[in-house]
Write a protein that binds this ligand. Structure first.
Ligand code: ADP
Ligand code: MG
Length: 298
């Protein structure tokens, strides 16, 4: 089960819009998808048409009570798409859990109990690096960073990557940064082109190192600014329900294909990866780390 935390400590960058519409797109592509709303503002919950004040349970219950039935709070009103909703009480979880030794792993354990039901989990993180986001990062296999190509964007990203590195060193050693989704994007401006070039250069410079973003990339396509994307939350609908022909629906569908690895052949063919003959060498060297032959039976 892939689980992707959509994270950026900055608010208003497109996290919730991306989580909701990427989840909806992935469900339409046949993946059994779970959206986890980890933000006490409950924007993703509202976006999917649920009322956070009239829920029959939420992610709060799973965080506070490790024995809670993890399937109980799920809202499954759409094909292939389930919502683990948030409520405003969620903000209190930070203090209520402060003395629980396993407080950062409560969500991950609950999601483990749902593992057979879903192919993909998307976690909408709050714009802060507190306990809720840490639970998201501890439960995730990947981080996806929605951002706008603005001045100083790169500075924000490097701070975020530092956090991911700390989390990988302490809570979750399999955590990797999948990459960046450019939101509310304007291809035309020189500034956004420069930011994209800088970001690409930054990711390229990490190849072959052991940082969690050594395979990160900027996902294609960027999400264009599209007013329909801003309108649909008020109707409790995804872009595919509200305006299926809008640019926003096309962008999120293409993004989902790209994140799920379902893309058609790229227009410029990728160079063949160099053939690295790791295995025979690994067998000749008993001291070689196990990690380079992960698919060998133990
Ligand atoms: P975050 O979750 O990071 O705080 P949101 O997804 O809520 O960010 O987006 C912030 C605001 O921008 C919302 O009002 C949202 O509707 C709007 N928005 C997000 N993406 C787009 C887009 N591609 N085009 C137009 N408006 C957008
Ligand atoms: Mg949000």
């Amino acid at each position: 089960m892939r689980s992707i935390a959509l994270m950026n400590q900055k608010g208003g960058v497109g996290k919730t819009t991306t989580t909701v519409n990427l989840a909806a797109a992935s469900a339409r592509l046949g993946k059994r998808t779970l959206l986890v709303d980890l933000d006490p503002q409950a924007h993703a919950t509202l976006h999917l048409g649920a009322d956070p004040s009239a829920l029959d349970g939420s992610v709060y219950d799973l965080l506070l009570d490790p024995t809670h039935d993890a399937a109980h709070p799920l809202i499954t009103s759409r094909d292939n798409l389930a919502l683990l909703p948030a409520e405003t009480d969620l903000a209190a979880a930070e203090t209520e859990l402060q003395n629980a030794p396993d407080r950062q792993h409560r969500l991950g354990r609950a999601l483990d109990r749902l593992r057979d039901r879903f192919d993909l989990v998307l976690l909408d993180c709050p714009p802060a690096l507190g306990l809720l986001t840490l639970n998201g990062l501890a439960a995730a296999t990947e981080v996806l960073i929605p951002m706008q190509a603005h001045f100083l964007a790169l500075q924000g990203v490097s701070k975020l990557l530092e956090t991911v590195q700390l989390v990988r060193g302490s809570l979750n050693d399999r955590l990797a940064v999948a990459g960046v989704v450019l939101c509310m994007h304007d291809h035309q401006t020189t500034l956004s082109q420069e930011v994209v070039a800088d970001l690409n250069e930054f990711f390229e410079s990490a190849r072959g190192t052991d940082v969690p973003w050594n395979a990160a990339k900027i996902f294609d396509p960027p999400i264009r600014r599209n007013i329909k994307l801003a309108e649909c939350p008020s109707f409790g609908q995804t872009i595919f329900e509200y305006a299926p022909d809008a640019a926003g629906a096309k962008d999120y569908e293409a993004l989902a294909r790209s994140v799920l690895g379902l893309t058609d052949a790229p227009t410029t063919p990728e160079p063949e990866p160099p053939v690295v003959n790791i295995r025979p060498q690994a067998m000749n060297q008993p001291s070689a780390p196990d990690a380079i032959a992960p698919d060998q039976p133990a």
